[in-house]
Design a protein around this ligand. Structure first.
Ligand SMILES: Nc1ncnc2c1ncn2[C@@H]1O[C@H](COP(=O)(O)OP(=O)(O)OP(=O)(O)O)[C@@H](O)[C@H]1O
Ligand SMILES: [Mg+2]
Length: 257
Protein backbone atom coordinates (compact mmCIF):
# COMPACT_ATOMS: atom_id res chain seq x y z
CA UNK A 1 0.00 0.00 0.00
CA UNK A 2 1.33 3.43 -0.96
CA UNK A 3 1.87 5.70 2.04
CA UNK A 4 -0.67 8.47 2.63
CA UNK A 5 2.19 10.84 3.32
CA UNK A 6 5.62 10.40 1.80
CA UNK A 7 8.29 12.91 2.79
CA UNK A 8 11.81 12.70 1.45
CA UNK A 9 14.98 14.61 2.29
CA UNK A 10 13.07 17.57 3.64
CA UNK A 11 15.17 20.43 4.97
CA UNK A 12 15.10 24.12 5.78
CA UNK A 13 17.62 26.73 6.84
CA UNK A 14 16.89 29.94 8.68
CA UNK A 15 19.95 32.09 8.07
CA UNK A 16 22.81 30.19 9.66
CA UNK A 17 20.56 27.65 11.38
CA UNK A 18 19.78 24.30 9.76
CA UNK A 19 16.45 23.87 11.54
CA UNK A 20 15.67 20.60 9.73
CA UNK A 21 17.89 18.37 7.64
CA UNK A 22 17.31 15.23 5.60
CA UNK A 23 13.94 14.52 7.18
CA UNK A 24 12.25 11.40 5.84
CA UNK A 25 8.98 9.84 6.85
CA UNK A 26 6.37 7.60 5.27
CA UNK A 27 3.04 7.45 7.05
CA UNK A 28 0.59 4.66 6.30
CA UNK A 29 -3.18 4.99 6.37
CA UNK A 30 -4.58 5.02 9.94
CA UNK A 31 -1.11 5.08 11.48
CA UNK A 32 -0.37 7.14 14.61
CA UNK A 33 3.22 8.38 14.56
CA UNK A 34 4.87 10.32 17.38
CA UNK A 35 7.34 13.13 16.75
CA UNK A 36 9.35 13.99 19.84
CA UNK A 37 12.52 15.81 20.75
CA UNK A 38 13.81 18.58 23.02
CA UNK A 39 12.73 22.21 22.67
CA UNK A 40 13.90 23.76 19.41
CA UNK A 41 14.56 20.35 17.81
CA UNK A 42 12.52 21.22 14.71
CA UNK A 43 9.20 19.47 15.42
CA UNK A 44 6.85 22.38 14.70
CA UNK A 45 9.02 23.25 11.71
CA UNK A 46 8.11 19.84 10.24
CA UNK A 47 4.40 20.75 10.49
CA UNK A 48 5.03 24.18 8.99
CA UNK A 49 6.80 22.52 6.07
CA UNK A 50 4.13 19.84 5.59
CA UNK A 51 1.47 22.56 5.33
CA UNK A 52 3.64 24.88 3.21
CA UNK A 53 3.64 27.63 5.81
CA UNK A 54 7.40 27.38 5.32
CA UNK A 55 8.94 26.47 2.00
CA UNK A 56 11.66 23.85 2.21
CA UNK A 57 15.21 24.52 1.09
CA UNK A 58 15.13 21.01 -0.33
CA UNK A 59 13.25 17.74 -0.47
CA UNK A 60 9.77 16.63 -1.45
CA UNK A 61 6.34 15.94 0.04
CA UNK A 62 3.73 13.68 -1.47
CA UNK A 63 0.26 13.63 0.00
CA UNK A 64 -1.73 10.67 -1.40
CA UNK A 65 0.61 10.77 -4.36
CA UNK A 66 0.22 14.51 -5.02
CA UNK A 67 3.34 16.65 -4.99
CA UNK A 68 2.38 19.57 -2.75
CA UNK A 69 5.50 21.63 -3.43
CA UNK A 70 4.71 25.29 -4.00
CA UNK A 71 0.98 24.90 -3.36
CA UNK A 72 -0.60 27.44 -1.02
CA UNK A 73 -1.55 26.24 2.45
CA UNK A 74 -5.32 26.31 1.82
CA UNK A 75 -4.87 24.01 -1.19
CA UNK A 76 -2.75 21.62 0.83
CA UNK A 77 -5.52 21.63 3.46
CA UNK A 78 -8.09 20.83 0.80
CA UNK A 79 -5.98 17.98 -0.40
CA UNK A 80 -6.18 16.38 3.01
CA UNK A 81 -3.80 17.66 5.64
CA UNK A 82 -5.01 19.47 8.75
CA UNK A 83 -3.28 20.66 11.87
CA UNK A 84 -3.68 22.07 15.32
CA UNK A 85 -1.29 24.64 16.74
CA UNK A 86 1.05 24.65 19.70
CA UNK A 87 -0.70 27.82 20.88
CA UNK A 88 -4.47 27.55 20.70
CA UNK A 89 -5.89 29.41 17.72
CA UNK A 90 -9.64 29.79 17.95
CA UNK A 91 -12.05 32.60 17.23
CA UNK A 92 -12.51 33.10 20.94
CA UNK A 93 -15.46 35.50 20.85
CA UNK A 94 -17.39 33.37 18.34
CA UNK A 95 -19.52 30.44 19.44
CA UNK A 96 -18.12 26.94 19.52
CA UNK A 97 -20.36 25.84 16.63
CA UNK A 98 -19.40 28.85 14.51
CA UNK A 99 -15.75 27.96 14.99
CA UNK A 100 -16.50 24.52 13.55
CA UNK A 101 -18.68 25.87 10.74
CA UNK A 102 -15.92 28.24 9.62
CA UNK A 103 -13.60 25.25 9.33
CA UNK A 104 -16.28 23.28 7.46
CA UNK A 105 -16.67 26.06 4.90
CA UNK A 106 -13.27 25.11 3.63
CA UNK A 107 -14.77 22.03 2.07
CA UNK A 108 -17.99 23.62 0.80
CA UNK A 109 -18.59 24.76 -2.70
CA UNK A 110 -21.31 27.38 -2.79
CA UNK A 111 -20.32 30.63 -4.40
CA UNK A 112 -19.90 33.94 -2.62
CA UNK A 113 -22.70 35.25 -4.83
CA UNK A 114 -25.05 32.52 -3.58
CA UNK A 115 -24.14 33.43 -0.03
CA UNK A 116 -24.79 37.14 -0.65
CA UNK A 117 -28.11 36.44 -2.32
CA UNK A 118 -28.95 33.84 0.33
CA UNK A 119 -29.98 31.41 -2.37
CA UNK A 120 -31.57 28.06 -1.66
CA UNK A 121 -28.28 26.24 -2.31
CA UNK A 122 -26.67 28.41 0.35
CA UNK A 123 -29.32 27.64 2.94
CA UNK A 124 -29.18 23.94 2.15
CA UNK A 125 -25.44 23.86 2.68
CA UNK A 126 -25.71 25.99 5.82
CA UNK A 127 -28.19 23.52 7.29
CA UNK A 128 -25.91 20.62 6.35
CA UNK A 129 -22.96 22.43 7.94
CA UNK A 130 -24.92 22.96 11.14
CA UNK A 131 -25.80 19.27 11.30
CA UNK A 132 -22.25 18.10 10.58
CA UNK A 133 -20.80 20.57 13.11
CA UNK A 134 -23.14 19.28 15.81
CA UNK A 135 -22.32 15.67 14.96
CA UNK A 136 -18.60 16.40 15.21
CA UNK A 137 -19.05 18.24 18.50
CA UNK A 138 -21.13 15.42 19.97
CA UNK A 139 -18.33 12.95 19.25
CA UNK A 140 -16.25 15.05 21.62
CA UNK A 141 -19.08 15.51 24.13
CA UNK A 142 -19.18 19.20 23.30
CA UNK A 143 -22.62 19.62 21.73
CA UNK A 144 -23.88 21.08 25.01
CA UNK A 145 -21.42 23.98 24.63
CA UNK A 146 -22.26 24.66 20.97
CA UNK A 147 -23.57 28.17 21.59
CA UNK A 148 -20.97 29.19 24.19
CA UNK A 149 -18.16 31.55 23.17
CA UNK A 150 -15.11 29.42 22.38
CA UNK A 151 -12.99 31.55 24.72
CA UNK A 152 -15.23 30.69 27.68
CA UNK A 153 -14.48 26.94 27.47
CA UNK A 154 -12.09 25.34 29.94
CA UNK A 155 -8.60 24.93 28.56
CA UNK A 156 -8.87 21.20 27.80
CA UNK A 157 -12.12 21.74 25.91
CA UNK A 158 -10.52 24.50 23.81
CA UNK A 159 -7.80 22.03 22.83
CA UNK A 160 -10.48 19.50 21.87
CA UNK A 161 -12.29 22.15 19.84
CA UNK A 162 -9.10 22.73 17.88
CA UNK A 163 -9.07 19.05 16.96
CA UNK A 164 -12.75 19.22 15.94
CA UNK A 165 -11.96 22.20 13.69
CA UNK A 166 -9.09 20.32 12.09
CA UNK A 167 -11.34 17.29 11.48
CA UNK A 168 -13.99 19.51 9.92
CA UNK A 169 -11.74 19.96 6.90
CA UNK A 170 -12.02 16.20 6.30
CA UNK A 171 -8.30 15.42 6.41
CA UNK A 172 -6.47 12.23 5.54
CA UNK A 173 -3.58 13.28 7.73
CA UNK A 174 -4.02 15.08 11.03
CA UNK A 175 -1.07 16.93 12.58
CA UNK A 176 -1.37 17.57 16.32
CA UNK A 177 1.15 19.97 17.84
CA UNK A 178 1.34 19.38 21.61
CA UNK A 179 -2.40 18.80 22.09
CA UNK A 180 -1.93 17.92 25.78
CA UNK A 181 0.12 21.03 26.63
CA UNK A 182 -1.29 22.59 29.79
CA UNK A 183 -3.72 19.74 30.44
CA UNK A 184 -4.00 18.00 33.79
CA UNK A 185 -3.44 14.20 33.97
CA UNK A 186 -7.12 13.30 33.73
CA UNK A 187 -7.64 15.61 30.73
CA UNK A 188 -4.55 14.05 29.13
CA UNK A 189 -5.89 10.52 29.69
CA UNK A 190 -9.21 11.58 28.15
CA UNK A 191 -7.37 13.11 25.21
CA UNK A 192 -5.52 9.84 24.60
CA UNK A 193 -8.84 8.03 24.26
CA UNK A 194 -10.14 10.80 22.00
CA UNK A 195 -7.15 10.60 19.66
CA UNK A 196 -7.60 6.84 19.37
CA UNK A 197 -11.31 7.28 18.67
CA UNK A 198 -10.58 9.90 16.03
CA UNK A 199 -8.25 7.51 14.22
CA UNK A 200 -10.78 4.68 14.41
CA UNK A 201 -13.84 6.72 13.43
CA UNK A 202 -12.30 8.92 10.77
CA UNK A 203 -9.66 6.52 9.46
CA UNK A 204 -7.08 9.33 9.47
CA UNK A 205 -3.35 9.05 9.89
CA UNK A 206 -2.01 11.13 12.76
CA UNK A 207 1.35 12.71 13.49
CA UNK A 208 1.54 13.72 17.12
CA UNK A 209 4.08 16.15 18.58
CA UNK A 210 4.03 15.87 22.33
CA UNK A 211 6.25 16.31 25.36
CA UNK A 212 3.99 14.19 27.56
CA UNK A 213 5.73 10.82 27.28
CA UNK A 214 2.83 8.81 28.70
CA UNK A 215 0.64 10.15 25.90
CA UNK A 216 3.21 9.51 23.17
CA UNK A 217 4.25 6.09 24.40
CA UNK A 218 0.64 5.11 25.09
CA UNK A 219 -0.85 5.74 21.67
CA UNK A 220 1.86 5.91 19.01
CA UNK A 221 2.70 2.84 17.00
CA UNK A 222 5.97 4.39 15.91
CA UNK A 223 8.04 7.30 17.16
CA UNK A 224 10.60 9.57 15.49
CA UNK A 225 13.02 11.55 17.59
CA UNK A 226 14.43 14.86 16.40
CA UNK A 227 17.39 16.65 17.87
CA UNK A 228 18.93 19.79 16.36
CA UNK A 229 16.96 19.22 13.16
CA UNK A 230 18.08 15.63 12.63
CA UNK A 231 16.26 12.34 13.17
CA UNK A 232 18.40 10.63 15.79
CA UNK A 233 16.18 7.59 16.35
CA UNK A 234 12.99 5.93 15.23
CA UNK A 235 11.16 2.83 16.32
CA UNK A 236 8.47 1.41 18.54
CA UNK A 237 7.79 3.09 21.90
CA UNK A 238 9.85 0.38 23.65
CA UNK A 239 12.79 0.84 21.32
CA UNK A 240 12.70 4.60 21.81
CA UNK A 241 12.35 4.39 25.58
CA UNK A 242 15.57 2.38 25.81
CA UNK A 243 17.59 4.16 23.14
CA UNK A 244 20.72 5.75 24.68
CA UNK A 245 20.83 8.53 22.06
CA UNK A 246 17.31 9.55 22.98
CA UNK A 247 17.98 9.46 26.69
CA UNK A 248 21.06 11.60 26.16
CA UNK A 249 19.22 14.12 23.96
CA UNK A 250 16.59 14.54 26.65
CA UNK A 251 18.93 14.60 29.63
CA UNK A 252 21.19 16.99 27.73
CA UNK A 253 18.31 19.45 27.39
CA UNK A 254 17.35 21.41 30.47
CA UNK A 255 14.17 22.83 28.98
CA UNK A 256 12.01 19.85 28.14
CA UNK A 257 8.70 19.40 29.88
N1 LIG B 1 10.50 31.38 11.15
C1 LIG B 1 11.65 31.10 11.77
N2 LIG B 1 12.73 31.91 11.64
C2 LIG B 1 13.91 31.62 12.24
N3 LIG B 1 14.11 30.54 13.02
C3 LIG B 1 13.08 29.70 13.19
C4 LIG B 1 11.80 29.92 12.59
N4 LIG B 1 10.97 28.90 12.93
C5 LIG B 1 11.68 28.10 13.73
N5 LIG B 1 12.94 28.57 13.88
C6 LIG B 1 14.01 27.94 14.66
O1 LIG B 1 14.09 26.58 14.24
C7 LIG B 1 14.38 25.75 15.36
C8 LIG B 1 13.29 24.70 15.48
O2 LIG B 1 12.09 25.33 15.92
P1 LIG B 1 10.75 24.53 16.17
O3 LIG B 1 9.70 25.54 16.50
O4 LIG B 1 10.47 23.66 15.00
O5 LIG B 1 11.11 23.65 17.43
P2 LIG B 1 10.23 22.61 18.24
O6 LIG B 1 10.90 21.30 18.16
O7 LIG B 1 8.81 22.69 17.80
O8 LIG B 1 10.39 23.16 19.73
P3 LIG B 1 9.33 23.27 20.95
O9 LIG B 1 9.32 21.92 21.62
O10 LIG B 1 9.92 24.31 21.85
O11 LIG B 1 8.01 23.66 20.39
C9 LIG B 1 14.49 26.65 16.57
O12 LIG B 1 15.84 26.95 16.79
C10 LIG B 1 13.72 27.89 16.16
O13 LIG B 1 14.18 29.02 16.82
MG1 LIG C 1 7.08 23.29 18.67
Amino acid sequence: MAPVLDVSNLGIRFGGLQALDDFNIQVAGREIVGLIGPNGAGKTTVFNLLTNVYHPSGGGIKLTGLDTRGKPTHQVTRHGIARTFQNIRLFKSLSVIDNVKIALHNSMNYSVLAACLRLFSYWKQEKAAEKTALELLSMFDMEGSAEAPAGSLPYGAQRRLEIVRALATNPKVLLLDEPAAGMNPSETAELMRTIHDVRDKFGVSIILIEHDMSLVMGICERILVLNYGLIIAQGTPDEIRNNPLVIEAYLGSRKEA
